[in-house]
Every structure is written in C-alpha cells, then in structure tokens.
Design a protein around this ligand. Structure first.
Ligand SMILES: Nc1nc2c(ncn2[C@@H]2O[C@H](COP(=O)(O)OP(=O)(O)OP(=O)(O)O)[C@@H](O)[C@H]2O)c(=O)[nH]1
Ligand SMILES: [Mg+2]
Length: 414
C-alpha cells in the first residue's frame, strides 16, 4: 500500500426517518388512538483507530462518505429502522481537523470519533397525544445528518525517531535494532516513507517503537530534497536519535540536522547522538570522535557492534523521560475530542430587513416541522412561544407581518 499521510473528504451523517401519522383501526372504532411511530435515527460516520492500518491510502480518492438514512416510522407504533453507521478504520496517530481546528487525536487502538452524527428521527403522532389533544394528526420530520469536510493527518507514533542525512544508515539501524525490514541501499533517498520497528528483545520489560524516516538535507525545511514533510512523523517521538555517518564529516552533518530541527520547531526535543559505520574507522579516528562527540554512541549497523548498547541507551533515556513526563501532568497523552457547541438563542435583524433566529434547539425544531400539515405548523408556533422566541422577536422590534427566518425556513411574524 502507498504511504499517504494526509487526506480530506466530506462526511455526512444519515438523515433521520420521519415520524408517522397513523390511527389505530379496530373493528367498531372508526378512529382509534394515534399510533404513528417514530422515525429511526440516521447512521453516523465514525473514525476508528486501528494498528492494522499504517496509511491513509484507503481515503485518497474518496470525496464524500455517507452513513445510512433512518427508516420512517409507521403505524402500530413501529419505529423506523436505525440508519447504518459507517466505521472508517484509520491508523494510530491520526489527527482529525475541520475548518474550525483540531477535533480529535486518535492514538490508541479502538479509539473512536464520531465525525458526522446521524440526524435524529422525527416523532410520530402517537407522541403528541395528551389529555387535551386526543387525536393529533401531525408528526415531526427526521433531521438531516451532520455534514462537514474533515482533513485527516497521520503522524506516525513512535518513541524514538531516527533523523539523519541520506545514507547515514538509519534504515540499517532500524533493521539491527528490531525485526523491521526497511529497504537499505547504497544511494541517498532509499527510504521514501516512514517505517516503524518495535524493539522487543527477550528480557526487555518495555518494548518501544523506533521510526525511520527519509533522509534530510540542508534546506529540507524550505522544501528541498524530500523536504521536511516527514519530520512531522518524528514530531511526536519522545526522543530523537541524530544518526551520523562517522566517516562522512559528522560535525557538519550534525550542524545541518540541528538547523533543520530548529526550523521545524523541534529543537527542544531530547536527542541522542549516534555515530554509525564505525567499522570503517581505525582506533585513532574513533578516539578523536569520542572527544568531538562526548556522550555519543559509536555503533555499526553492519557488524552489530554497539547495537546492544544503543538499545540499552534508548531504553534508559525513555524510562527517564517517562518518569519526568509522569511528574508533569502535561505529559499525559489524553485522548481529546473537541466539539464546540453553541446552545443559545439569538435574534438578529439582517440588513435586508428580515429577522434571523439562530440557536441549535430552535433550528432543530424548525427542521423537524412538517410544513404541509396545519397542525404541525401550529405545534411549531406553540414551541416558539414556549421557548421565548416570540418574546425575543418582539424585543428585537419585530412586528406582525415581518419576515422571520429560522434554520432556513421563512415565515411571517404574527
Ligand atoms: N560499513 C557500513 N555500512 C553501513 C552501515 N550502516 C549502513 N551502511 C550502508 O550505508 C548505506 C546506506 O544505508 P541505509 O540504511 O539505507 O541509509 P539511510 O540512512 O536509511 O538512507 P536514506 O534512507 O536514503 O536516507 C547502505 O549501503 C548500507 O549498507 C555500517 O554500520 N557500516
Ligand atoms: Mg533509509
């Protein structure tokens, strides 16, 4: 599968089914009690994180993803069928945005986010029966489902991110450290997409995940080479390993890499320097590098020298960072879902002269109203009175005959 880390498409919840108008017909009872059932709720479009997927490719060419509509209610108090939910699997580390910003961060297996809720089914006439209204002949319409354009952005989740110039041996290191088999080649830009490996040796209490990304070059943050597009995949790593080819001007390489990390806003990440390919160096050069790079680890992905020590160093640093993160509450990787909702009632006079009433509740009621039915319209008007909309319109200066709009519906104020 192709590695795709950004897609956008429209999600639309299913419309709720309409309520039904029906009367129980029994023998000798020309008009029995109202028994119109409720419409079924529309299905929702749901995103679900799964480790089985590592790319957003399945959504690359999708434009609109819709959930099923709810069935209409019917007589004998039968509720309409619920609309079918559509569950979209997404890789772990998927961030969900819409035009208002970040909506959800799906980082754990099975975590779900309802991207577009289905519309509520309308009530049937049986629900409007009361001691004073024995035979209501109106019902509600089902509500349309939510609709919005979402943008999914994948950020590979790892504990350690390997960052280096092309050909430094990052992929070879990932192979040496884990059971992963990323492509290795003796030419730059062998790696074109991030890959992950789990370091899970026997006897290790805490397995950890290492991410290998394509090589960076000077100017990557301005879009050179494969650009810094892939840096975002290590942006959430807890530790960055700066991988240097020990035989190819490692000092210069380190400067280039640190500059790119700074440009990408990652200079505050904890780092560990790794000098790779030391199998090619003599003892004198190794001694020189020990002084030039204090604290760096000397390894050879090829011969395996120093790899065990590197694994151990990663493990220790991660455990240390975990303790620090645990100490600060900000370190908790809580699942966050943001769903701003505005629940007020607002009346505004538009420059064209009509009055616009907005508010989630009242707009829902307008959408549910069956305008074909006189009784349904009367019911709507009673709701306007009861919820203070009529009073609010008067306060705003509306007079009988003025045009009022609520949730796309127009009528005259009386
Ligand atoms: N002698 C020696 N060669 C190595 C070592 N590690 C990697 N190589 C070689 O260096 C070349 C590049 O290795 P890769 O692992 O593909 O390097 P990379 O950093 O992933 O490269 P890009 O994906 O292109 O950025 C390959 O020919 C490897 O065999 C090492 O420790 N010693
Ligand atoms: Mg590579």
């Amino acid at each position: 599968m192709q590695f795709v880390d950004e897609v956008s498409f429209v999600v639309r919840g299913g419309r709720g089914g309409d309520g039904s108008v029906s009367f129980n017909r029994e023998k000798y009872k020309p008009r029995g009690g109202p028994d119109g059932g409720r419409g079924g709720d529309g299905g929702s479009v749901i995103l679900e994180a799964t480790a089985d997927l590592s790319t957003l490719e399945p959504y690359l060419y999708r434009r609109v993803i819709k959930a099923g509509r709810g069935g209409h209610g019917s007589g004998n108090n039968r509720t309409g069928e619920r609309g079918r939910d559509v569950v979209l699997p997404v890789p772990l580390g998927t961030l969900v945005y819409d035009s208002s910003g970040l909506l959800a961060d799906l980082s754990r297996e099975g975590e779900r986010f309802v991207a577009a809720r289905g519309g509520e089914g309308g009530r049937g006439n049986a629900s409007f029966k009361s001691p004073t209204r024995r035979a209501p002949a109106f019902r509600e319409r089902g509500l349309p489902g939510e609709e919005r354009e979402v943008r999914l952005e994948l950020r590979v989740l790892s504990d350690v991110g390997l960052v280096g110039l092309p050909n430094a041996g990052k992929s070879s290191l990932l192979r040496a450290l884990s059971a992963a088999h990323p492509k290795v080649g003796d030419y730059p830009f062998t790696t074109l997409t991030p890959s992950l490996g789990v370091v899970d040796e026997r006897g290790y209490p805490q397995p950890f995940v290492v991410a290998d990304i394509p090589g960076l070059i000077a100017g990557a943050s301005e879009g050179r080479g494969l650009g810094n597009r892939f840096l975002r995949h290590v942006a959430r790593a807890r530790l960055l390993a700066i991988v240097l080819d020990a035989g190819e001007s490692p000092e210069e390489a380190r400067e280039v890499l640190l500059a790119e990390l700074r440009a990408a806003g990652l200079s505050r990440k904890p780092t560990l320097t790794v000098l790779n390919k030391v199998d090619l160096l003599d003892e004198e050069l190794r001694g020189y590098l020990r002084e030039a790079f204090p604290g760096a680890l000397q390894v050879s992905a090829l011969s395996g020298e120093g790899v065990e020590e590197l694994r151990e160093a990663f493990r220790e640093r991660l455990a240390h960072l975990e303790r620090e993160e645990g100490a600060s509450a900000a370190g908790t990787r809580a699942h966050r879902v943001f769903r701003p909702r505005w629940k007020g009632l607002r009346v505004e006079r538009a420059s064209e002269g009509y009055y616009e009433v907005s508010g989630e509740e009242i707009e829902r009621i307008a959408l549910k109203t069956d305008w074909e039915s006189r009784e349904g319209v009367e019911h709507f008007q009673r709701q306007l009175e009861r919820r203070g909309v009529v009073a609010a319109l008067r306060r705003a200066g509306a007079r009988p005959g003025d045009e009022v709009r609520i949730g796309g519906v127009e009528f005259d104020f009386r």
